[in-house]
Design a protein around this ligand. Sequence first.
Ligand SMILES: Cc1ncc(COP(=O)(O)O)c(C=O)c1O
Length: 478
Amino acid sequence: MEKILIELSQEGQIGYSVPENDMGETDISKILPQKYMRATIPKLPQVSEPDLRRHFTKLSQLNYSLTTNFYPLGSCTMKYNPPVNEKIANLPGLRYLHPYQPENTVQGMLEILYELQDVFCQITGMDNMTLQPSAGAQGEFTGLLLIRAYFKSKNERRNKIIVPDSAHGTNPASAKIAGFEILPLHSEPDGHIDPAKLKEILTDDVAALMLTAPNTLGVFEKDILILTDMMHKNGSLLYYDGANLNALMGHARPGDLGFDIIHINLHKTFSTPHGGGGPGAGPVGVKKALEPFLPKPVINKNKNVYSFIYDRPKSIGKVRSFYGNIPVLIKAYCYIKALGREGLKKVSEQAVINANYLLAILKEKLPAPAGDRCMHEFILSGKPLNKCGVKTLDVAKRLLDYGYYAPTIYFPLIIEEAIMIEPTETESKSTLDEFARVLINILEEAQNTPDLLKNAPQNTPVSRLNEVEAARKPILRW
Ligand SMILES: Cc1ncc(COP(=O)(O)O)c(C=O)c1O
């Protein structure tokens, strides 16, 4: 493994020459109060410029990324991020804006945000949007605060949120943090929700149903219109976890299906980087009735002049500093502009085709509990491997030896030994074929040489970590 910079340091090595001072000498103690002065000189690493570059290049080679290998990560999704979007977001006119600049100096930026809200509304079938939340989960939390504010304004005491067991774990967590009680809804063995089961728990204190469609099993709810109708007849709202919109974009709009609130994960649908829960962006869209509660400020357009409106007495307030994660939003804007209406529609088609292609090959080797067809991702169960003493975790670790990022495992919780695969739309047939070949090879190894899997990975810079220790007692300082 690469040493850290301070370990590479050699007395006297210089990596950067500071320009000559042509401003004259000033005694620092005359500018800075004594309490801010260091007692000792900091121990900075001393390395030459080539050594510094080599260090960072080596580190970048240890890093696994989409630019090096296939990333079949279900649910959390690593979608390819075209560098042109990065380039545009880094144009000086955008990059060097400051959130405290007067509105009349940031009209271009405001126009981008305003247009982006409008496009998201068109894609999702919603009436208005906030771009503030910094991740999908924060979008959920924002949406739930909107639901709370909505019922409060109507003087209705509704404190329960129904969350199917096929939902992402962030759904019940967000609802709980927003002060709701969670009513779990058990899905059927094929991954669908049975309206009869919803009826059993649908009481008049239910505020909303949080639904992911397609859900985390890669299944689209066939009774979705019945479900949304039942909720509205009960006076409840429908929250759409739009993290999986990549499977539907351009084909169906949650707003048209009856949903009142939606969040979208820009990293899963609009090709922006996923920063491990942030800094990302999870815009939230609402139907008209919820509009007054949106976080403030909202962007207003009046005769081609853009401004922020803060005077929003019913607003839930701010959910993030300033106006959102602007560079991420610009990248999504570029992606949408580059692809256009037809291009976005094709993205979904290709994502679904790629997932079904892989599923068709792999379901011959491992059970696919949610059926033979999927949307943009699918679940296999590694249960049959248990009889060779091998677990899904071992398969995932062995994939690392072959240079693949591991798929999501043990999620969703309702499938035993789950392996969740999402190829995304950008992978070629040959990449998918090769991945399938490697996975099938690993399944053969599980039968013939199970220790290869149990001791994997062996070709990575570090072998199997103690994941509990690493999560609970991370060593983050040198
Ligand atoms: C269905 C679903 N909901 C919510 C989330 C949470 O999103 P984020 O990771 O951006 O917080 C995810 C994760 O990508 C997800 O797959």
